[in-house]
Design a protein around this ligand. Structure first.
Ligand SMILES: CC(C)(COP(=O)(O)OP(=O)(O)OC[C@H]1O[C@@H](n2cnc3c(N)ncnc32)[C@H](O)[C@@H]1OP(=O)(O)O)[C@@H](O)C(=O)NCCC(=O)NCCS
Length: 156
């Protein structure tokens, strides 16, 4: 029993994703992106092509979040996707995954990273701003439904 005044919240753990995580990742994906959720084949392709920076966050052994980052040429990286299960949001899980990935990228000599986000996605934009990202350009018609995106970027 923890002393009164202390909470006993479980630690967030970060590790590389594996094929055994795909079902949990798909559950997070479908709960996070209704119309534009990626399918199992696309996640499997990222796992195959970009395994080093495809990570999952776990709480009590359960996969509650994932993040995929791809390193391109010229020491630039792209956040391809990030999501946390709705039931586990607001516990700094996304922030922890960003921090973990930023450290790994710096070690690899990557100098900057970027991402695309819908202008209406306030939680994500705040998360990225808190991590140092700044809006660079509005890209019209970026999404399949014709929606625009902000391109955001940060130094590492
Ligand atoms: C965006 C998302 C990944 C954030 O995950 P999370 O684990 O809940 O975020 P964190 O708890 O790490 O929050 C970190 C910061 O993000 C911002 N943030 C997160 N959720 C927020 C919300 N609902 N409203 C406002 N700001 C929010 C805050 O600045 C927060 O910092 P704080 O804790 O000091 O307030 C999550 O909401 C999600 O999965 N959304 C659906 C998928 C998605 O939109 N992905 C991004 C596509 S570009």
């Amino acid at each position: 029993m923890p002393p009164s005044g202390f909470s006993s919240s479980s630690p967030i753990r970060i590790r590389r994703a594996g094929r055994a995580d795909l079902s949990a990742i798909l559950r997070i994906e479908r709960a996070s992106f209704t119309d534009e959720a990626w399918d199992r084949e696309l996640f499997a392709a990222y796992l195959h092509d970009h395994p080093e920076l495809f990570i999952v966050a776990t709480l009590d052994g359960r996969v509650v979040g994932y993040m995929i980052t791809c390193v391109a040429r010229h020491r630039v990286a792209e956040i391809a996707s990030i999501a946390v299960h709705p039931e586990s949001r607001g516990r700094r899980i996304a922030r922890t995954m960003l921090l973990h990935t930023a450290i790994r990228l710096r070690v690899r000599g990557v100098r900057s990273w970027w991402l695309m986000v819908r202008p209406v996605n306030t939680p994500a934009i705040r998360l990225y701003r808190a991590a140092g990202f700044r809006r660079q350009a509005m890209v019209r018609g970026y999404y399949h439904d014709g929606g625009s995106a902000w391109r955001m970027a940060a130094a590492l």
